[in-house]
Design a protein around this ligand. Structure first.
Ligand code: NAD
Length: 490
């Protein structure tokens, strides 16, 4: 029998649930962009504190600035903002209900409810997960895209803004005018230096209408950088059914892996929950943790997914289960990537490689090869090629990394080895495919794409290895190239 999730039905559930009095919670955080990740990560940490009787004045108020967020709002309000978290451990699937969110603001044109909530001095932190593309970053110079129509709108209509940043500026103005201090703004999106990027967006937008306010924000508000990690797949019928297997009807269930990491710069201008008591790490060197993650996890995703796509492996776990692909992963990580990563407190690069191998091998996490292989032109340039440059500068080997690039060139040709087509999977797909077809007979053509490779075509050890690998792949197939490089994993 199924129990519809709500405060009134909590006692009927057989899974872990809030032990704190939810009616007694008071708000301290507004979170914008209530997707799956926020509830699997930040809300879970807060719930852990609340379970031990702490942080009861830091409850979360959900918010969104997009009309389509209204659907999530309705689902969550109908279940008193409770969320079922389903943990997909390889050994065991478990469930718990968490309750640190107590309200979800109405979504309105002009964002008046959101601005009023953030202007309330009880709100001391504004957090967000609005995706990497939500920050108005200029693709060319990486600065703030002040010419974007939404930003121009917000500069002209500062009291009825459209964007997250416009709403933050409006609320900060009200706080300043009322004699209150600012809140802390914290991005939990997967961007290197996410705090600096958020500060840039808020302060730049404020400067377009009110330079004094911009100066006040820049001097008084804080925007800590943070590194977040926990795989939380999207919710579909499969995930809803998992909650039902625990007897729970939850319209917005979240599944996630057992692993979580959160490293935060300790810069909170108006206080913060003691997240470090429940596993978060406060550090002045978030950058070192980010580098370890980007080079081993994110570059590692490219190592697996390009060849995985060509060989028709559906998920990242399927790639890891292929002995040839996992041998490539292990060898290139050990010999070429880990040596380009510095240790962080409590973790060597090789320990992190082993951790990632375990996480990527979890067959319960259905993370598709196609999703991970998407946008290679940004991900190879952002994650893989900086490692190649470091290794070349240090005189280290780049054989494996050259093979990884050759496998990407092979994927961009647009067919799998079984003859099926690979659907467009990059904003630059047409250009990439054209060059990849030329590179079939003239491998060096691939490295000639200067906007991707810069001068790496002239780096002899890398370019020679790349051309050899791509020729071998086209003559004898990916398996032959993988076997030549690393052989099958034991
Ligand atoms: P999701 O699709 O479930 O939710 C995204 C939320 O962002 C939605 O509320 C949406 O309305 C909002 N949004 C999207 N574009 C926006 C914009 N331009 N302005 C304002 N709001 C916008 O996604 P998710 O799984 O919760 O992931 C969100 C982000 O969290 C990711 O982009 C990433 O930066 C980070 N993250 C996710 C994972 C994961 O495994 N899901 C892991 C680490 C980090």
């Amino acid at each position: 029998e199924l129990t519809a999730l709500s405060d009134a039905t909590l006692d009927r559930l057989t899974v872990e649930r809030p032990r704190y009095d939810r009616q007694a919670l008071t708000p301290g955080i507004v979170h914008i962009g209530v997707g799956n990740f926020h509830r699997a990560h930040q809300a879970w940490y807060l719930h852990r504190l609340m379970q031990s009787g702490e942080a009861l004045d830091w409850a979360i108020v959900g918010a969104g600035v997009r009309p389509f967020d209204a659907a999530m709002r309705e689902k969550l309000l109908a279940q008193d903002c409770l969320t079922t978290l389903i943990q997909l451990d390889p050994a065991q699937v478990s469930a718990e209900v968490i309750g640190p969110m107590i309200d979800y603001l109405p979504i309105e044109d002009g964002n008046a409810p959101l601005i009023a909530a953030m202007a309330d001095p009880a709100i001391r932190i504004v957090t967000m997960t609005i995706t990497e593309s939500g920050y108005f970053i200029d693709p060319v110079d990486k600065g703030f895209d002040a010419g974007h129509p939404d930003i121009l709108h917000d500069a002209e209509h500062p009291r009825t803004p459209r964007t997250v940043f416009g709403a933050m500026v409006a609320a900060l103005r009200l706080r300043r005018d009322a004699g209150h201090g600012p809140f802390t703004g914290m991005s939990c999106d997967n961007l290197q230096g996410n705090g600096a990027i958020l500060r840039q967006a808020v302060v730049s937008l404020a400067r377009m209408t009110d330079p004094d306010l911009a100066g006040w924000i820049d001097a008084n508000a804080t925007f800590p950088n943070s590194m977040v990690d926990c795989i939380a797949p999207a919710t579909g019928p499969r995930e809803l059914a998992l909650a039902e297997a625990f007897g729970i009807k939850d319209a917005a269930v979240v599944t996630h892996e057992a692993y979580r990491q959160w490293v935060i710069e300790d810069a909170f201008c108006a206080g913060r929950p003691k997240w470090d008591k429940v596993g978060a790490v406060f550090s002045d060197d978030v950058h070192a943790y980010e580098t370890m993650k980007i080079r081993i996890l994110n570059a590692g995703h490219q190592v697996l997914s390009n060849v995985g796509e060509v060989l028709g492996r559906h998920t990242i776990a399927d790639c890891m289960a292929d002995p040839l692909i996992s041998a490539l992963f292990s060898k290139v990580q050990t010999e070429e990537i880990a040596p380009a990563v510095a240790p962080v407190p409590g973790m060597t690069p090789m320990e992190y490689v082993s951790l990632i191998e375990r996480r990527f091998s979890n067959p319960r996490i259905v993370d598709t090869t196609r999703r991970v292989a998407f946008d290679g032109s940004a991900r190879h340039t952002g994650f893989v090629l900086p490692i190649v440059r470091d290794r070349l500068a240090a005189g280290g080997p780049v054989e494996g990394l050259a093979l990884v690039e050759a496998l990407w060139a092979r994927m961009c040709e647009g067919t799998r080895e079984d003859g099926t087509d690979i659907a467009a999977n990059d904003p630059l797909w047409e250009d990439l495919t054209a060059v990849a077809r030329t590179a079939k007979t003239t491998p060096a053509a691939w490295l000639g794409q200067r906007r991707i490779y810069g001068d790496l075509a002239e780096a002899q050890p890398f370019a020679d290895a790349f051309c050899r690998w791509l020729a071998l792949i086209w003559e004898q197939g990916c398996a032959a190239a993988l076997t030549t490089y690393a052989g099958p994993s034991r």
